[in-house]
Write a protein that binds this ligand. Structure first.
Ligand code: ADP
Ligand code: MG
Length: 325
C-alpha cells in the first residue's frame, strides 16, 4: 500500500513548486487575505506557507492527511460547479507521504491552535500551542523517502526559480490578497492586496515594467476578458510573464497565447513574447477544471474555445490601438 501511495503522490507532487502551489491554493480556498511564503534550498529543504484564513478545527486536523477527505465538495453534483481551487483532497496526503510536514491551525473561535506532524505519511506528533487564527504548513526534506523521485529534481537554483514563478503567478491571480514571498532570508516580492492588478504587477515585476503595461477589456456573450498586456517595447525584455486566469484559476493555454500574439499583429517581431496577465471570466458550468490533478489546464467546448480566441485577440488588438494613439 505504501508503494501505491507514493506513485499516486507523484501525480500531485512533481517538484517543490507543486508543493508551494497546493499550499497556497489551500490558503486562498480558506479565504485568506494575507499569505506569507518562505522557501529554502530550492524548496526541497523547506516550503512554509502561512495564512490568516478560516483555519482547521482540532477535530478535523487528522483528516486533512487522509486521501479524498476534502471539505470542499459536499455532494457529488458539486463537482460540476467547482468554485474552490482544490477539490480532490489529494494534496496534503500526497505531500505528507513524501516529506516531513508540520501543520498548525486555529479557527477564529478556538482558544488555542492545534498542530500535527506527519513524516512519510505517518503521524509522529500532535499538540497545542498559542497562535493567531489561521494556518501554517511547513514542509521539510521533500522526497526524503523517495530517492528515485528526487533524481527528477533539477538543480536547486532551477527549482527555486520555478517555485518563484508559480508564486508570482498565484499572486497575480489574486490582486485582492496580500502575498509576501521570501527566498531564504531575502524578500522576493510583496503585493499590497488592494485589489489593483497593476499594483500587484508592479510589486512582482518592478515599477518600470508596470509602466509598460496597457489595460485590456472585452466582452462577448457570457464571456469577459480583462487585465494587462505589455506595450510592444516590453516584449524585448528577458523575463516573460504570460499569465492567464479563468474564473480565478491560473491556467496555461497555448491557444489563448496564440490569440494574444495575433492581437499584436505586426507590432511584434516573430521571436518577441510580450508580458501579459489576463483574466477570463465565464459560466463555471462551461469550464471543466477536472483534467489533471496538478496541471493548469481547463477544458472548454470547441465553440467556446473559438469564441474566446476571437474575444482575446480583438480585446488585445483594441487595447494596443488605443495605446498607439
Ligand atoms: P483539497 O484542497 O482538494 O480539499 P487538500 O489535500 O489540499 O485537499 O486539503 C485537504 C483539506 O484540508 C481541505 O479540504 C481543507 O479542509 C483543509 N485545509 C488545507 N489547508 C488549509 C488551510 N490553509 N486553511 C484551511 N483549511 C485547510
Ligand atoms: Mg488543496
Amino acid at each position: 500500500p505504501e508503494v501505491v501511495g507514493h506513485i499516486a503522490a507523484g501525480e500531485v507532487v512533481e517538484r517543490p513548486a507543486s508543493v508551494a502551489k497546493e499550499l497556497v491554493e489551500n490558503s486562498l480556498d480558506a479565504g485568506a487575505r494575507r499569505v506569507v511564503v518562505a522557501y529554502e534550498g530550492g524548496g526541497i529543504a523547506l516550503v512554509r506557507v502561512r495564512d490568516d484564513g478560516e483555519g482547521i478545527s482540532a477535530e478535523d486536523l487528522p483528516h486533512v492527511f487522509v486521501r479524498h477527505a476534502t471539505s470542499k465538495i459536499a455532494r457529488a453534483e458539486d463537482l460540476a460547479r467547482v468554485t474552490t481551487l482544490g477539490f480532490r483532497g489529494e494534496a496534503l496526503p500526497s505531500i505528507a507521504a513524501v516529506a516531513r510536514v508540520r501543520l498548525v491551525s486555529r479557527t477564529p473561535d478556538a482558544p488555542v491552535a492545534s498542530w500535527i506532524e506527519v513524516e512519510g505519511g505517518v503521524v509522529v506528533g500532535r499538540g497545542e500551542e498559542a497562535r493567531a487564527p489561521g494556518t501554517e504548513v511547513v514542509v521539510r526534506d521533500l522526497f526524503f523517502n523517495t530517492p528515485a523521485r528526487r533524481k527528477f529534481v533539477r538543480s536547486l537554483v532551477a527549482e527555486g526559480a520555478h517555485l518563484l514563478e508559480i508564486l508570482e503567478r498565484l499572486a497575480l491571480s489574486r490582486p485582492d490578497v496580500a502575498f509576501a514571498v521570501y527566498g531564504g532570508d531575502r524578500l522576493a516580492f510583496a503585493t499590497p492586496g488592494d485589489g489593483v492588478l497593476l499594483h500587484a504587477y508592479s510589486s512582482v515585476a518592478g515599477a518600470e515594467a508596470a509602466r509598460e503595461m496597457i489595460p485590456v477589456e472585452g466582452e462577448r456573450g457570457p464571456w469577459r476578458v480583462w487585465g494587462l498586456v505589455g506595450a510592444p517595447s516590453a516584449a524585448r525584455k528577458r523575463v516573460r510573464r504570460m499569465y492567464f486566469n479563468v474564473n480565478g484559476r491560473p491556467v496555461r493555454s497555448f491557444a489563448w497565447q496564440r490569440a494574444v500574439l495575433d492581437g499584436y499583429g505586426t507590432r511584434l517581431l516573430r521571436e518577441h513574447r510580450p508580458p501579459f496577465v489576463l483574466f477570463v471570466e465565464g459560466p463555471p458550468e462551461r469550464i471543466d477544471p477536472n483534467v489533471h490533478p496538478a496541471k493548469w489546464e481547463v477544458r472548454l467546448s470547441e465553440e467556446d474555445e473559438h469564441l474566446l480566441y476571437g474575444l482575446v485577440r480583438d480585446a488585445v488588438s483594441r487595447a494596443l490601438a488605443r495605446a498607439d494613439r
